[in-house]
Design a protein around this ligand. Structure first.
Ligand code: SF4
Ligand code: SF4
Length: 476
């Protein structure tokens, strides 16, 4: 299938007739590639190691959904505190906006897990088995002989195995390494749901990294779509220095610019674009083209940097401004986000108490006493055993009898317990709008949690004296 000439209105991964053109980028060497590979290696080690590193008795990152507890580097967050995630996620988004406004799609090309796995794991395996770009293209067009079948089975088998490993590493963030090990030594029947999730994830990763590939960045990733709104003429991007490169021509041509039309920058591009056409949505900022072009420039004894990290203004010969309204705005948002997160985080109490009315009748009247029954739930969010005392707060009459609050409650680390609370008030002392709150205090740390106000229910005294009813008295 002939390839569509690359321009700003075409996609390098789609043929003229709309069919998919598989991209086989050539391997490249250079300083950006070296640092990018090193970054990817560090990230891969971090991804795999986090569930193995114990911090305060839990994995460094352990999203224990089953127990509704989330552990981050020794900090434990209960589901009740997940609202903190709002500040965390918006803070991350603002940080990403800020970094993008300064350095363009550096996240995509250098640190996005999708790129890390695709470029530095799957693609490396493919190069090892099938060879470099030319050999891969040749193999793609070759008939299905023993060599092609053998290579395909080996490559796809390894891809499937890697996908299964990634799926299991991902699962270990939710069940811990210990839990994963235990599950792997039992039959899938005992953990059907988890088995189903891992199987689905393995197949999804396999399909994505072996077949869908760069299409995820080009057509699916929302951040890829957003980036053009976050950058401007001063953001650092990978670009081609048109002034220096054009007109393209042979090395021997004294009237030609620096670009020798070798097409090496196109051959190494993982999204199949020609950066000489200008900044494009498909560019993930991986700098492979910059390294490839530097290599060519060195060979033809011309200065490197024809394709380089620079701002659009830089390419135009103007000065790049790092401090500008956009970066100031994003940094203010970032500071506000970090401040809000810090305040929100400080306000999180290590104990949480809540009160609800018991199911059944809202109140009982026995021997002239109105009885209200509640359930108090206490959650110890600390990872040490804690003892709690209960104090009633509210406008209850002194004759109120309280049952259930006199004993100290001991809870294990991250434990929770529900206890009954019964309030009994003589019927003649019962008034409407009597409310109660319970303060639960940790005896060791002194921190406490106050429940929301609960209203006592009972017969309305205003209905008892046979006085004519006045609707105004009953409007709450
Ligand atoms: S690698 Fe450099 S010299 Fe070769 S085509 Fe690309 S821009 Fe031109
Ligand atoms: S144009 Fe260059 S930086 Fe952009 S994706 Fe292609 S190789 Fe990477």
């Amino acid at each position: 299938m002939s390839q569509t000439p690359l321009n700003l209105t075409s996609l390098g991964s789609i043929n003229a007739d709309g069919s998919r053109r598989y991209i086989h980028p050539s391997d490249v060497k250079g300083k950006c590639t070296f640092w990018r590979r090193l970054t990817a290696l560090v990230l891969l080690v971090v991804y795999v190691a986090l569930p193995w590193i114990p911090v305060k008795g839990y994995p460094a990152v352990f999203l224990d959904v089953a127990s509704r507890r989330f552990h981050f580097f020794g900090l434990t967050i209960a589901t009740q505190d997940l609202w903190l995630g709002f500040f965390f996620v918006t803070g991350l988004a603002f940080a990403l906006f800020f970094v993008t406004s300064l350095f363009g799609r550096v996240w995509c090309g250098w640190t996005c897990p999708y790129t890390v796995f695709l470029e530095h794991v799957y693609r490396r395996v493919e190069r090892w088995i099938d060879g470099d770009a030319a050999a891969r293209r040749k193999l793609e067009d070759a008939p299905w002989d023993a060599t092609k079948i053998g290579k395909t089975v080996l490559k796809q088998g390894i891809f499937l195995l890697i996908s299964a490993v990634i799926a299991h590493v991902f699962l270990s963030y939710f069940v811990s390494i210990k839990g994963l090990y235990k599950m792997m030594h039992e039959t899938p029947e005992n953990h059907l749901m988890v088995f189903g999730i891992v199987t689905f994830l393995t197949l999804a990763l396999y399909g994505s990294f072996s077949w869908f590939r760069e299409q995820f960045c080009v057509i699916m990733c929302p951040y890829g779509r957003l980036q053009s709104a976050l950058t401007d003429d001063n953001s650092l991007v990978i670009g081609y220095d048109k002034k220096r490169g054009e007109p393209r021509g042979k090395v021997s041509d004294p009237n030609a610019g620096s670009c020798v039309s070798c097409n090496r920058c196109v051959q190494v591009c993982p999204t199949g674009i020609d950066i000489r056409n200008g900044l494009q949505l498909e560019c993930i900022g991986c700098a492979a083209c910059a390294d490839a072009c530097d290599d060519i420039m060195t060979k033809v004894k011309r200065p490197t940097g024809l394709i380089r990290y620079d701002s659009w203004n830089g390419f135009e010969g103007k000065k790049t401004k790092f401090v500008r309204p956009r970066t100031i705005f994003y940094s203010v948002l970032l500071v506000l986000g970090v401040t809000a997160f810090s305040f929100a985080f400080k306000s999180v109490s290590p104990v949480r108490a809540s009160v609800v009315r018991m199911q059944g009748a809202p109140f009982f009247i026995v021997d002239g006493v109105v009885r209200n029954q509640f359930l108090i739930r206490v959650i110890n969010k600390r990872d040490v055993t804690a003892r709690f005392k209960f104090v009633m707060e509210g406008n209850l009459p002194p004759e109120t009898s309280i049952t259930g609050l006199d004993e100290v409650m001991e809870l294990p680390p991250l434990g929770e317990e529900v206890k009954a609370l019964v309030l009994a008030i003589p019927e003649d002392k019962f008034q409407v709008k009597q409310t109660l709150k319970v303060r639960v205090t940790d005896l060791e740390s002194g921190s406490s949690s106050l429940t929301r106000a609960m209203e006592l229910l009972g017969p309305d005294p205003r209905l008892k004296n046979n006085a004519p009813l006045n609707a105004k008295d009953f409007i709450q």
